[in-house]
Ligand binder design. Sequence first.
Ligand code: FES
Length: 112
Amino acid sequence: MAKFQRHVFICTNERAKDDPRGDCGSKGGHELAEAFKKKLHDKGLKRLVRPNKAGCLDQCAQGCTIVVYPEQVWYGHVTPADVDEIVESHIVGGKPVARLVIPDDQLTGKSA
Ligand code: FES
């Protein structure tokens, strides 16, 4: 198993259409996961950074949501159009994309 430097978890959870919580899968989560996979491959990062499709990340109101580990940066309302910026600025440059970061006080389950 490769030892990745980072993981990008992308919510692709799906719920029934009448579920009031909504879901990232119906908001484009699958397309988002594919966009990350392609971009990371194109940048030659596929052995260093792993895009992982994830179940619900418990930030449904912010969907599509992703989280980048190990630095625990959460992003909300992410679309495939944001992938280039997240990879270039955050993954390559180390600077999170502030306009998409979910503030700590808006994260569900932030305190232990
Ligand atoms: S459905 Fe995506 S965070 Fe809950």
